[in-house]
Design a protein around this ligand. Sequence first.
Ligand SMILES: [Zn+2]
Length: 189
Amino acid sequence: MDLDAVRAEYRYGRSILWPVAAPRVPRDPLGTAHLVRLEPTPGSPGLELATAAPPTTVEENCLNVLIGPRMLLGVTRVGRIGAPCACDEHTPGCRGAVLAARAAAVNAGEHPPQGWEPAGTASEVPVADGSGWKVVRDAGPTMRNVDVFVDHGGWAFIVGVTTSPERSEVAVRALGGVLTSMRWLPEAA
Ligand SMILES: [Zn+2]
């Protein structure tokens, strides 16, 4: 499958940031050769993760890494827990505020974006310095998203992977490795 076909497939469901320039796809999604950083800001912590590839897009509060064929890793700093949230449409669960990890995962499963369906219930998973809360959602038969919600220093983060269901086992293993490698970066001065 060529990259154009992959892009077309990923467009199905919700829109996902995709780099304009076609990146090189790493052969091994479980690779850890690249340290990827979501930089801290004045007031909020950042994090560093070992991944199979360098970032394909980086913004202040999110980055994406193509970690394998049809596997996109996403890292998002959602906001300070309890602060007003930036949902497109607030859900009964969020009630307009950034949620802590467990509540956020439950809410994400109960109120998925349009076109998405939950696959199972939220569950606790290990991360480098504690635990996070995982939720799995599918968009049709071709796209699966696995998001892990983690909190640090009163801030909410999501580390997740979007892939196809048939690749989700290796994608979840890759995500587990990334989460194990995670190191928090103290807020900037
Ligand atoms: Zn909201």
